[in-house]
Design a protein around this ligand. Structure first.
Ligand SMILES: [Zn+2]
Length: 442
């Protein structure tokens, strides 16, 4: 006769909109299995704000409670998810809300451990990789010359004159797309190229550029321009024009110059049926504008979560060029980003423009791009195109997780064999749960 099963999912006390959505978003990011508060919940999530309003939420006996707002200020989180975070004063924005979410998880886990029970979550990335590396290229130009101001910046006069002379006698600085694909192939990674529908010059090169990307297995996405950041009709048109040019459906975008209008841009993205967006980022600073280093669902003004994912871009080469950052400075920034995302199992999404990954014009950027890839791969990051990252995250989010202890043994119901449960045992060990053991346990 089976004994009493102990539910290992977290019970959430209903808070009302929009707080329920915020708690759900964070628990989904953490990969924690949760459901409505039950009398025997091993760990309960509540907020101090609700308790102050309505009193304790006991169901006959007190449940060990973790207060969400001890770790994540709900106003700040809501404003971030709605695309209107507070002013960022530092030159680099740390993923501080993800750090708060991580502390929330540690507190949840401590309640399981205090009762000598394991805590089960969904692993963040395939093969339990410490982070995800998404490489993207906004293609602003299909031709380029050293006459651009950005090339001159920080260059010795003789080097700059040499580049101009080369250009004058016929050397051409092209789109670098073949070059980038070769570089990435040699390092064992793939990326996402974002194209505009219209180019100021060399428009005739677009079909070939698209062909080369498709042949290499790189993803093609939309580098939206025009008025689509505030006009849903323009967004639908831009998407369908690029789908015609690409000969395939598109899944995501980034707006040119990161044009973003609170309560407009994300509604346009949603309306056009994209799976992901990468627009909400910083132009003149680096890091995580929304404080989160994982893909997340933005929240509309009415508190409803958007269906698409925002993949937060935390480094753009243009920022580095604009700020005149040295190669050494860029390398230390890359390492800082790599370490902070890995420590939080986050996603490192970078934007290196095709024009800047150029050995002649921007040797420091090209070198740093190589270093970024090789160091992240060495650290075990999972490389994915933006589309693959969004697909994985959606799959992980939808995967059912129900864990319980029965007669002293762990039972896990899991909806998707690709997304593996991760078990944190009370003695501090953690391991991926093998599906074969799950079958054997039934
Ligand atoms: Zn652009």
């Amino acid at each position: 006769m089976p004994g009493h099963a102990i539910d290992l999912n977290v019970g959430v006390v209903p808070q009302g909109a929009p707080i329920d959505g915020l708690i759900g978003e964070i628990l989904d990011i953490l990969g924690v299995g949760y459901g409505p508060l039950a009398p025997d919940s091993t760990c309960v999530i509540d907020t101090r704000a609700r308790v102050a309003r309505e009193g304790p939420a006991g169901m006959g006996r007190p449940n060990p409670t973790v207060y969400f707002d001890d770790f994540l200020p709900t106003d700040e989180l809501l404003f971030s998810l709605q695309g209107r975070p507070g002013i960022i004063t530092e030159s680099h924005a740390e993923p501080k809300l993800s750090a708060g979410a991580s502390r929330l998880f540690q507190s949840i886990r401590s309640h399981f451990w205090a009762r000598d029970l394991p805590c089960v979550t969904k692993s963040y990335w395939p093969q339990d990789a410490p982070g995800c590396l998404v490489l993207t290229h906004d293609v602003d130009w299909l031709d380029y010359s050293p006459a651009h101001r950005a090339v001159m910046k920080g260059k010795a006069v003789h080097r700059y004159v040499g580049l101009l002379y080369g250009y004058a006698v016929g050397k051409r600085f092209g789109p670098n797309i073949d070059y980038i694909i070769q570089l990435e192939t040699s390092l064992g990674v793939r990326s996402t190229f974002l194209f505009r529908n219209e180019y100021p010059s060399a428009q005739e090169r677009l079909p070939e550029a698209i062909r080369v990307c498709r042949a290499s297995g790189s993803e093609i996405a939309l580098h939206a321009a025009k008025k689509s950041h505030k006009n849903p009709t323009a967004m639908v048109r831009e998407k369908s024009d690029m789908e015609k040019a690409a000969g395939a459906p598109l899944h995501g975008l980034r707006e040119h110059a990161l044009k973003f209008e609170y309560d407009k841009t994300w509604r346009s993205v949603e309306g056009a049926g994209f799976a992901y967006d990468m627009t909400f980022g910083l132009n003149e600073k680096t890091g995580f504008v929304g404080g989160l280093c994982h893909p997340y669902h933005p929240v509309a003004l009415d508190g409803v979560r958007h269906s698409f994912l925002e993949i937060p871009t935390s480094l753009m080469d243009w920022t580095v060029v604009r700020n005149g950052m040295s190669y050494k400075g860029l390398v230390s920034l890359i390492r800082q980003l790599k370490d902070s995302t890995a420590s939080l199992n986050g996603c490192l999404c970078v934007n290196f423009h095709n024009t800047y990954v150029d050995k002649d014009l921007f040797p420091g950027i090209e070198r740093a791009y190589r270093l970024l890839i090789s160091e992240c791969m060495k650290a075990g990051f999972w490389n994915a195109t933006a589309k693959e990252c969004a697909e994985w995250w959606t799959r992980r989010e939808r995967c059912l997780l129900k864990a319980s202890m029965q007669d002293g043994s762990l039972h896990i119901e899991f909806g998707d064999p690709a997304v593996r449960p991760k078990v944190y045992w009370p003695d501090g060990r953690s391991e991926l749960w093998a599906p074969v053991r799950e079958v054997g346990g039934r």
